[in-house]
Design a protein around this ligand. Structure first.
Ligand SMILES: CCCCC/C=C\C/C=C\C/C=C\C/C=C\C/C=C/C(=O)SCCNC(=O)CCNC(=O)[C@H](O)C(C)(C)COP(=O)(O)OP(=O)(O)OC[C@H]1O[C@@H](n2cnc3c(N)ncnc32)[C@H](O)[C@@H]1OP(=O)(O)O
Ligand SMILES: Cc1cc2nc3c(=O)[nH]c(=O)nc-3n(C[C@H](O)[C@H](O)[C@H](O)COP(=O)(O)OP(=O)(O)OC[C@H]3O[C@@H](n4cnc5c(N)ncnc54)[C@H](O)[C@@H]3O)c2cc1C
Length: 616
C-alpha cells in the first residue's frame, strides 16, 4: 500500500538516524535484530493468525488468547528463549494489546518459586512450573483486603500430628479474590479490561497441604511447628517487589504505543483552517495538539529510560540478596514502589490524552487506544495501589530526614537531599536539562523537609507515628511523587548525557525531550517554586516560552521519534497508527468486516415492528 504523503514528507525531515535511536532503545543493534527476528517468527506463523480480538466477546476473547498464549509458550520453548525481554517480544507480538491468560503464572507464580523455594522445592515445583506442567497463580488478595496485607483473614493452621497446614477462608471477606489465572473455583465476573485474564475467586475449606508446601528458602516451619524466621522478614514481600520493578518499563511500553498512534494520526488528520482558503492543516500543527502530545512523547522516553534503569537496579539488588546482603532492599522497594505508582498513573492519564487527541476515531477500537487503556489502567491498582505504594516511599523519605539529622549516610538515589541548592540565576528561555534537574531535586528536598516538620510536630503531640502519618497522608503522597520525579529526571538526564557522547545527533534531540519533560514538571508545580523563592514569575514566563519554542524544534522530529519505538503494525494493531498512514481506507474496511454488519439484526425487525403495530 502506498505511503500516505503526509507521513512520507514527515520522514524526509529530522536530524537524527531513527535506526540508531531504535538500537539505543533496544540496548544495541544485536537486540534490535533479535527482536525483529522473534517478531517475524510470530507474525509469519499461521498459528498466531485468528479473529480480530476487538470483535470478540469476553468468553471468545479468553479462549482465543489462551490458544495464542499456549502457542507463544511453544514458540518460546521451540526457539529456546529464556531472556525475559525476548520472551516478552514473542508475547507482545501475539497478544494484540491484551494481557494473556497465563501471564500471572509467569510473573506471579514462577517468580516467587524462584525467589523463595529451597532447592528441594525448586526441583518439585519450579522446574515443572517453568515447563507449564503445573499452572499456578498468586492468591493473596481477598474480597475484604488487598492493600492491607496484615489484615488478610485466610488461615493456615499447622496440624503437628499430620505435619500439614489446614487452609481456611473463614469468612466471606476472606475469600481469595482477583486471583489472576485462578481456574479452581470461579471467575469474579466481567471487568473494565484484562479480559484475557480469568481473575478468580477461591474459597478454602479445610484444605490440607503438606508442611513442605511452605516455600522454605527464607522462613520455614519445623516438624514440631516451630517457625524459623527468614534472615530478613521483608524478603517475603519479594515477589511483589519483582513485578513492581518491571511495571515502570511496561508503562513506558504502553505509553510509547499510544503516543505512536496519536502522533502518526495527528500528521495524517487535516482539520479546520488556519488561514481561510489555504486548506486544512495537519492537526499536529496546532499548538494545542503539540501541547497534548509532545510532553507525552518526552514522558514515554523518560519512562523507558528509568524503566530500564529500575530493572537493572533491582536485578543487582536481588543478586546481592542471594549472597545474603540485604543493605539495598529498602531502597529497591521504595524506588520500585514510587516508580510503579507514578509511572503507571501518569501513563494511564497519558493514554487517555492520546485517545481524545484523535477525536472520534480515537474512541473506536480500530485505534486500539481503548484496548491499550483498559488493559494498562489496572496497573495503577494491581500489584500495589498507587497511594499505598507512594506512602511506602514517603515513610522512607521521612526516615531519610532523620538519617540526615543524625549524620547517617543516605542511599544514592536520595543523596541530593543532602545537597545545598543555590537560588537559581535569572532563567533565560533556554535553560538546560541539568538546571531543570537541579530545580526538580530542590523542590523534592524542600517538600520533604516541609512534610517532615508537620509529621514531627504531630509525633511530638501524639507520640504515635501511625497517627502522625495518617494526619498528613496527602502531603506525604505529594512528597513521594516529588521525589519520584527527581529520580525519573535524574535517570533521563544521565542517559541523555551518555548518548550525547556516543551519538551527538540522537543525544541532541533527546535533550530537547528531556527539557520538555523537565519544564512540564516544573510548570505543573510552579507555585512551589515561587513559594520556596527558587524561581520568580519572570523565570516561569521564560520557561513557558521555552516550552513552546521546544515544540517547534520537536515538530519536524516527532514522527521519526515515534518511528524509533519501532512497533510493527501487527504489534501496534491500530489503524490510526499504521506506519503507512493509510487510515481512512482501512477504517472503512475494518468497519465493514465487523460481525455486527454481518448478522441480520433480527432484534431490530422484531422490536421496531412492535412499535409500528402499537400505532403509538
Ligand atoms: C512471558 C513474559 C510475560 C510478560 C508480561 C508482560 C507484561 C504483563 C503486564 C502486566 C501484567 C502483570 C502484572 C500486573 C497485573 C496483575 C497482577 C497483579 C497481582 C497482584 O495484585 S498481587 C497482590 C498485590 N498486593 C499488594 O501489592 C498489596 C500491597 N500492600 C503491601 O504491600 C503491604 O500491605 C504494605 C502496604 C507494604 C504494608 O506492609 P506492612 O508489613 O503491613 O507494614 P509496613 O510497616 O508498611 O512494612 C513493613 C516493613 O516492610 C517493608 N516492606 C514493605 N513491603 C516491602 C517490599 N515489597 N519489599 C521490601 N520491603 C518491604 C517496609 O518498608 C517496612 O520496612 P521498615 O524498615 O519500615 O520496617
Ligand atoms: C486487574 C487486576 C489484577 C489483579 N490480580 C491479582 C492477583 O493475581 N493476585 C492477587 O492477590 N491480587 C490481584 N489483584 C488485586 C490487587 O492486588 C488489589 O486490588 C490491590 O492490591 C488493591 O487492594 P484493594 O483492591 O483491596 O483496594 P483497597 O486497598 O481497598 O483500596 C481502596 C481505596 O482505599 C485506599 N486505601 C487503602 N488503604 C489505605 C491506607 N492505608 N491509606 C490511605 N488510603 C488507603 C486506596 O488508596 C484506595 O483508594 C488484582 C487487581 C486487579 C485490578
Amino acid at each position: 500500500m502506498p505511503m500516505n504523503p503526509d507521513l512520507e514528507k514527515e520522514r524526509q525531515g529530522g536530524t537524527f538516524d531513527v535506526e540508531q535511536l531504535t538500537h539505543i532503545l533496544d540496548g544495541g543493534r544485536d537486540k534490535t535484530l533479535k527482536r525483529h527476528f522473534l517478531e517475524q517468527e510470530v507474525l509469519k506463523d499461521p498459528v498466531f493468525r485468528g479473529p480480530d480480538t476487538r470483535f470478540l466477546s469476553r468468553e471468545e476473547l479468553f479462549g482465543e488468547l489462551l490458544r495464542k498464549h499456549v502457542a507463544v509458550i511453544k514458540k518460546t520453548q521451540e526457539l529456546s528463549i529464556d531472556d525475559i525481554n525476548e520472551a516478552s517480544t514473542i508475547y507482545s507480538a501475539a497478544m494484540n494489546n491484551n494481557v494473556g491468560p497465563l501471564t500471572l503464572h509467569s510473573v506471579a507464580f514462577v517468580a516467587p518459586l524462584d525467589l523463595m523455594a529451597d532447592d528441594e522445592q525448586k526441583k518439585k515445583w519450579l522446574i515443572p512450573a517453568k515447563k507449564y506442567e503445573i499452572i499456578g497463580c498468586y492468591a493473596q488478595t481477598e474480597l475484604g483486603h488487598g492493600s492491607f496485607i496484615r489484615g488478610l483473614e485466610t488461615r493456615a493452621d499447622y496440624d503437628v500430628n499430620t505435619q500439614q497446614f489446614v487452609l481456611n477462608t473463614p469468612t466471606e471477606t476472606a475469600i481469595k479474590w482477583w486471583v489472576g489465572g485462578c481456574v479452581a473455583v470461579g471467575d469474579i465476573g466481567p471487568k473494565f479490561g484484562f479480559g484475557g485474564v480469568d481473575n478468580g475467586y477461591l474459597c478454602l475449606n479445610n484444605v490440607r497441604i503438606p508442611r513442605d508446601n511452605l516455600l522454605a528458602k527464607t522462613g520455614k516451619v519445623l516438624e514440631d511447628g516451630t517457625y524459623v524466621k527468614p534472615e530478613n522478614p521483608k524478603v517475603v514481600y519479594g515477589s511483589m517487589l519483582g513485578i513492581r520493578a518491571a511495571l515502570p518499563k511496561v508503562g513506558a511500553y504502553n505509553l510509547s504505543k499510544a503516543v505512536t498512534i496519536a502522533i502518526r494520526y495527528s500528521c495524517v488528520r487535516h482539520q479546520s483552517e488556519i488561514k481561510p482558503g489555504c486548506g486544512e492543516p495537519q492537526v499536529l500543527d496546532y499548538q494545542t495538539q503539540q501541547h497534548k502530545l509532545f510532553p507525552l512523547l518526552a514522558t514515554a522516553y523518560a519512562f523507558h529510560t528509568v524503566g530500564v534503569w529500575m530493572l537493572d537496579f533491582h536485578s543487582t539488588v536481588m543478586n546481592e540478596i542471594n549472597e545474603g546482603h540485604y543493605h539495598r532492599l529498602a531502597e529497591d522497594h521504595v524506588l520500585a514502589a514510587g516508580l510503579k505508582a507514578v509511572i503507571n498513573w501518569k501513563t494511564h492519564e497519558g493514554i487517555e490524552i492520546c485517545r481524545f487527541s484523535c477525536g472520534g476515531h480515537g474512541y473506536s477500537l480500530a485505534s486500539s487506544l481503548p484496548v491499550i487503556y483498559v488493559n494498562h489502567v489496572a496497573n495503577s491498582t494491581a500489584e500495589g495501589e498507587t497511594v499505598i505504594l507512594l506512602l511506602q516511599t514517603a515513610v522512607y523519605l521521612m526516615k531519610c530526614v532523620i538519617d540526615l539529622e543524625q549524620g547517617t549516610p543516605l542511599d544514592p538515589s536520595v543523596a541530593y537531599l543532602d545537597q545545598s541548592f543555590s537560588k537559581s540565576e535569572q532563567w533565560c528561555s533556554d535553560v538546560d536539562m541539568h538546571s531543570l534537574l537541579k530545580a526538580i531535586q530542590f523542590r523534592s528536598k524542600k517538600f520533604t523537609e516541609y512534610v517532615s516538620s508537620f509529621v514531627k510536630k504531630e509525633l511530638m503531640a501524639t507520640g504515635n507515628q501511625q497517627l502522625a502519618f495518617n494526619k498528613h497522608k496527602v502531603i506525604l503522597v505529594e512528597c513521594a511523587k516529588a521525589h519520584t520525579e527527581a529520580v525519573i529526571m535524574n535517570a533521563f538526564v544521565t542517559k541523555v548525557d551518555e548518548i550525547l557522547q556516543s551519538n551527538p545527533s540522537v543525544g541532541k534531540v533527546l535533550s530537547l525531550l528531556c527539557q520538555i519533560y523537565g519544564v512540564t514538571e516544573i510548570l505543573a508545580h510552579s507555585g512551589d517554586y515561587i513559594q520556596y523563592e527558587y524561581l520568580r514569575k519572570i523565570d516561569l514566563d521564560n520557561i513557558q516560552d521555552q516550552l513552546f519554542k521546544l515544540y517547534t524544534y520537536i515538530r519536524p522530529e516527532a514522527v521519526l521519534l515515534v518511528d524509533a519505538f519501532d512497533f510493527h503494525d501487527e504489534v501496534l494493531k491500530s489503524i490510526l497508527g499504521r506506519y503507512d498512514g493509510q487510515v481512512y481506507e482501512n477504517m472503512f474496511k475494518w468497519a465493514k468486516a465487523s460481525p455486527f454488519n454481518k448478522q441480520d439484526q433480527g432484534t431490530f425487525r422484531k422490536y421496531i415492528q412492535q412499535l409500528k403495530q402499537a400505532k403509538l
